[in-house]
Design a binder for this molecule. Structure first.
Ligand code: GLA
Length: 447
């Protein structure tokens, strides 16, 4: 998340827009309105919190459920209190990477960083949308939802709205503001949070009785088909259906899931390499194709497989002759990762966190060497982590090529661990890591 060019951090707390700038003038006057509010705030000494949900800013504080900040943002922009507020969390994946689009298993948790939405109904079919993080405003009609090439941040909201309408759920116009503290392009699923948050917003605003899993699938469709980015179901699923203090075990083939309790004496520590995931989309597409190709070749040997989920380690060995070295290693990552997730669930439920950590470490090695989606920065973060006291396991998380690592760390060691990571990363690469000690949180669509 970044500051809008030249615009100071946005304002919180008890400041109303100048009365002459009534909300009906939105959005043309919006930026000016915000500037005036900001300057009024700085003159009066009102606390200014980094409006831009950069992770290192105090903005992080707003992510707690019930924090009034998003309501106040709405009020400052539109002049009244919002009718509804929803919060959609980002996620971290504990284990089960690049398995979701292979019909496999994943074990993510929703984190206590979110994209928050506040809004109210309008009597017409216009949606007025303001992004706090991009400091931008757009307007669109529900009768003709098109992709916006200039304001791409709005496409997640447009896509979800379009597919709800196409499915026969008639929406009403709305005034809407959204923003949050899930860092963008860091592998913590800020875009899934925007999609799922949009779905949760419409559900709540209009009182729609819609199945959460239906909304999760629709959110993924918005990402794949409207925005045009390939992904599996994991990110939207956990942003929608996460549970506080639990991870979520999901079978991505039939979407059966169950929440698995996490112990509070062990912390989930996320380390952000600060490297944007430049290659992520193109290489992700390459991996998708390689997985399909591997399945086709394995099936050509007579094995009844429709995805890598169906392939067992021994099957893979026996099909080795029909696979190139690269395809074999890609398939081996997915096949062994699925096995690791299944074991991880068992050991997590039986309290054997040492073994859970070993499985995380093995997952990293497999992603690095077989799937080749790690990076120098992620490897350094993981190698520094492996040496620290109190660390049970460490691995890259998400699609790879930058972004974050996930670490399981004993509570009493978590602070020292965070400092050691920042120091070690700086020493090795001269780069600044950010560290978030996370709490598993509630999804936006959870009952
Ligand atoms: C991205 C995708 C997910 C998943 C992960 C890798 O986050 O959005 O669907 O494939 O990469 O596990």
């Amino acid at each position: 998340m970044r500051c809008g060019a030249g615009v100071p951090p946005a304002v919180l707390g008890g400041v109303s827009p100048p009365p002459e700038l009534g909300h009906q003038h939105y959005p043309g006057l919006l930026v000016e309105t915000i500037r005036q509010i900001q300057s009024a705030a700085s003159e009066t000494g009102v606390i200014i919190i980094g409006g831009l949900p950069h992770p290192a800013t105090p903005f992080a504080a707003h992510s707690k459920r019930g924090d009034p900040m998003i309501e106040q943002r709405f009020k400052a922009i539109y002049g009244t209190a919002p009718e509804v507020v929803v919060r959609a969390p980002g996620r971290v994946n504990l284990i089960g990477e690049h398995t979701d689009y292979n019909d496999g298993f994943v074990l993510p948790a929703a984190i206590d960083r979110s994209i928050d939405f506040a809004g109210r109904k309008r009597a017409d079919r216009t949606v007025r949308l303001h992004s706090l993080d991009f400091d931008g405003s757009v307007e669109f009609s529900l009768d003709d939802i098109q992709k916006d090439g200039a304001n791409r941040w709005s496409n997640y909201v447009r896509g979800v709205s379009k597919y709800l309408e196409e499915d026969g759920h008639r929406l009403s116009g709305a005034d809407l503001v959204f923003g949050g503290n899930v860092p963008r392009e860091a592998g913590l699923s800020s875009s899934a949070a925007v999609e799922v948050g949009t779905a949760a917003f419409w559900k709540k605003l209009l009182g729609l009785e819609l199945d959460p899993v239906y909304l999760v699938k629709l959110s993924r469709k918005a990402e794949n088909q409207f925005v045009g980015v390939p992904c599996g179901i994991m990110d939207q699923f956990i942003s929608g259906l996460g549970r506080a203090n639990h991870a979520l075990f999901l079978d991505c083939r039939d979407l059966h899931y169950r929440h698995v309790p996490l112990r509070d004496d062990v912390k989930i520590v996320v380390c952000n390499s600060g490297v944007k995931r430049a290659l992520a989309q193109s290489e992700y597409e390459v991996r998708l194709k390689q997985c399909r190709e591997a399945v086709a070749r394995i099936a050509s040997t007579g094995l009844a497989v429709t995805s890598l989920r169906d392939v067992k380690p021994l099957d893979l060995e026996s099909a080795r002759a029909v696979l190139s070295d690269v395809l074999f290693r890609r398939a081996r990552h997915v096949v062994t990762e699925n096995e690791r997730v299944l074991e991880a669930i068992k050991v997590l439920e039986s309290g054997n966190l040492e073994r859970f950590g070993e499985l995380m470490n093995a997952s990293h090695v497999s992603l690095r060497d077989d799937y080749e989606v790690s990076s120098k920065e992620l490897d350094v973060l993981v190698e520094v982590a492996w040496k620290q006291p109190g660390v049970l396991g460490a691995r890259m998380t998400g699609a790879g090529f930058g972004g974050c690592t996930v670490n399981l760390v004993r509570q009493e060691a978590a602070e020292a661990f965070s400092e050691a990571i920042i120091r070690g990363y700086k020493e090795a690469l001269g780069l600044k890591a950010e560290v978030y000690i996370c709490k598993a949180s509630e999804g936006a669509l959870s009952a």
